[in-house]
Ligand binder design. Sequence first.
Ligand SMILES: [Zn+2]
Ligand SMILES: [Zn+2]
Length: 312
Amino acid sequence: MYIQFQKHLQPEFHGDLKVILLGTGTPRAFYGRAKPGVIVLAGHQAFLVDCGGGVVDQMVKAGVMPQRITDVLFTHHHYDHNAGFFDVFISSWRTHVTAERVFEGRSRPMNVYGPETTRDIIGRMRDSFEFDVKLRVSYNLSAEEGAKINYFECNEGVIYDKDGIRITAFEVDHRPVYPAVAYKFEYNGKSVVISGDTIPVENMVKHSSGASLLVHEAYNKAWLDALIARYPEQAQALSNPAKYHTTTLEAARIARDAGVEHLVLTHHIPAPEAEERAEQAYIQGMREIYDGPITMGRDLMVFDLSEPMSKT
Ligand SMILES: [Zn+2]
Ligand SMILES: [Zn+2]
């Protein structure tokens, strides 16, 4: 039989936090840098933070079948962070049969967390797909409960506290996108903070204090300035990131001030090639500020916190 099978799967249970970067890109389409999405595995749970386009394909490559996803967390509602949501919603709901096993679809409502505006924006996205959803219930016989969404809007506070897993949302500053949040995950004595998109904020230092891993967005100011000098007619669009993102050097200062154990950069602007020399050039100057390990995030990179400061 020439039936497709899933190449590898993440284990069903994780005794420690495990973080998988699905996409390290931005709204700009770029080879090898998918749009933002992060999987956080803890216990039996698989949380998805943000849903850039292509997020389901990235999840499958990472060994997390969409049927595992019952909880989706949004940092904010720029399209590079939410355009893939409907694919996640339907793919997690549908049962998928491969040569070696059956992946049971979600039979309960999906839990969607995010800042205020989430219910409105994701709700309208859900409504626009009602035609397809109805067919899946009536024709494909997908579980009707799975067609629903439970919304949890919160800009600041604990949003999840179950089975030893605690998730806290806290406000960042990505104006004019307001509100926008970051998330802190705590489990088995370890913690991970996912920044979302933001300028440097004191709240990040506060909530990242002593974190095992800080996944922070960053752009390289020198590279951006060089691009603006080369294409002055594009200056206005090119200088946008400087208004609501964090520079690589500012990210290093946040990691230093918070005393995090390991800093991972993502949402790279301008995106460097996913190779050592380009990435080292991108983080130039950061090591003089922050003396902990700095990793340039790449798509599908895995950080297993059961192994201190390791990456595979
Ligand atoms: Zn973004
Ligand atoms: Zn954004």
